[in-house]
Write a protein that binds this ligand. Sequence first.
Ligand code: SF4
Length: 122
Amino acid sequence: METRKFTCLGCPVGCSLTVYIENGEVEKVEGNQCNIGIDFAKQEVKDPRRKVATTVKIKNGVHPLLPVYTDAPFPKNLIFKLMDELRKIEVDAPVKMDDIILENALGTGVNIRASRSIRKNE
Ligand code: SF4
């Protein structure tokens, strides 16, 4: 049986998980303090994902950068590619909080949204 170790990201406690895997399936999880740790371990084994928060350039805004976030956890193996895409983006002010900046990023179904509003520099 394969054993892997993860830190659960389900809450700030950050439990150290030991995960026992048989034929690609999680058989047992140790070290979790709640069931979220089990769900996290299963997700991490099958399809690891992370929430991403970063910034993109904004033109004619009162600030030079717009903070953005993924509106759902994003596949971990595509995060560097996503950052490359976001580096190419420059949006026009004004932007409203939660506006979609990049729809269906890299075909994942996850949208990139504005974390805050930025008004136009008049
Ligand atoms: S197992 Fe539960 S208590 Fe531990 S880090 Fe995950 S969510 Fe938090």
